[in-house]
Design a protein around this ligand. Structure first.
Ligand code: TRP
Length: 345
């Protein structure tokens, strides 16, 4: 039963990013920036999903460090640990535990048809772990543990959210809640992120900017120094047409880079489009580079301060872990009880 004492006053939001590779402009403008806006109106939980990071081969020497980097970047982007709960997924053991319980009620073929699994499995050849297949169940556990009302997700994660809903509704509530008026798990809704924030690759305007693209020139990371940003933008793919514009299907690069300019300059789409309508690429690129450098400057400065003060970051994560564990523990007990386990007392 969802106990009234744990029912949040404001709608709850949970999201997370993997600590693999440096976060880039797409992660910031497409996701984390929206999280920042939600902090006042919602009760927010933001985790670094380090358990997801080991679903493909990983380097144990880097995992802890990358987890800290990602958490510090959340804060540098404006996540405020006074208002949001920021934590590392692996430090709240309820995630692994609920994942196991959900594994045992989730049909195998629901996982086998996940698009992301099929794509990643193809890349891994014959080295596919059970964890990679199970990735969406762990994600479902992340979400369901917090009775999240809303989950900000991009297009590529919608199928995973749908799966979390199906597990909660059909496989847990429908089967194990004796009274349908009192479900065991809350069924979350997707929160579709604001339009125009989908940042595409610098070398292919029709592919999403991605951490896993082997070409580093395809993305600008949040920690790239100014000269690297400038170089990557200089080398970004262009077309032979004069003037920047939105929405021309023949010109995905113009659409993407103008969109990026609208965001990093703060001008917004309309003004950016007007300012660059008759500008050639040669004039536009330095403008975009400078606006990007300026947009990242304060973020990089805050990041530097956070990383030079490890005690503060550790305290944020310790506090986050305690707050997250308290909420997650209550949900886990509810599921344990519903499935009939011997009580823990
Ligand atoms: N799978 C998500 C991604 O790659 C990351 C993630 C893990 C997540 N657990 C989550 C996102 C829970 C939202 C909620 O983007």
């Amino acid at each position: 039963m969802i106990q009234p004492s744990t029912a949040p006053a404001r709608p709850r939001v949970l999201s997370g990013v993997q600590p693999t590779g440096a976060l880039h402009l797409g992660n910031w403008l497409g996701a984390i920036r929206n999280w920042v806006d939600l902090q006042d109106s919602h009760e927010t939980f933001f985790c670094v999903v380090d358990l997801h990071a080991i679903t493909v081969p990983h380097d144990p020497k880097r995992l802890a460090e990358d987890t800290l980097t990602t958490a510090a970047l959340y804060l540098a982007c404006g996540i405020d640990p006074q208002r949001a709960t920021v934590f590392a997924q692996s430090q709240v053991s309820a995630h692994s535990e609920l994942c196991w319980l959900l594994n045992c009620v989730t049909p195998l073929n629901w996982l086998e048809r996940m698009i992301q699994f099929k794509e990643k499995a193809l890349k891994q050849g014959d080295n596919v772990s059970v964890g990679l297949l199970d990735y969406p169940v762990l994600m479902a556990a992340d979400i369901l543990l917090y009775d999240a009302d809303l989950v900000p997700v991009g297009e590529d994660q919608k199928q995973h959210l749908e799966l979390a809903r199906d597990i909660a509704q059909q496989r847990v509530n429908a089967r194990y809640a004796p009274d349908p008026e009192h479900p065991i798990l809350k069924v979350p809704e997707p929160l579709i992120l604001r339009e125009g924030a989908r940042v595409m690759s610098l070398i292919d305007g029709s592919a999403k900017m991605s951490k896993s693209d082997p070409n580093e020139g395809s993305r600008i990371t949040l920690l790239d120094p100014p000269e690297v940003i400038t170089r990557k933008i200089k080398r970004a793919k262009t077309d032979p047409v004069m003037g920047l514009e939105f929405g021309n299907p023949e010109r995905p690069e113009a659409d993407n880079l103008l969109g990026l300019y609208a965001l990093v300059s703060g001008l917004g789409r309309e003004q950016a489009a007007a300012a660059c309508a008759s500008m050639g690429w040669g004039a536009f690129k330095p403008l975009l580079a400078e606006a990007t450098v300026e947009a990242l400057r304060p973020l990089q400065q805050r990041y530097g301060e956070l990383r030079s003060d490890p005690a503060t970051l550790e305290a944020v994560l310790r506090d986050g872990r305690e707050r997250a564990s308290a909420v997650a523990g209550v949900t886990l007990q509810r599921v344990r009880r519903a499935l009939g386990f011997l009580a823990l007392n």
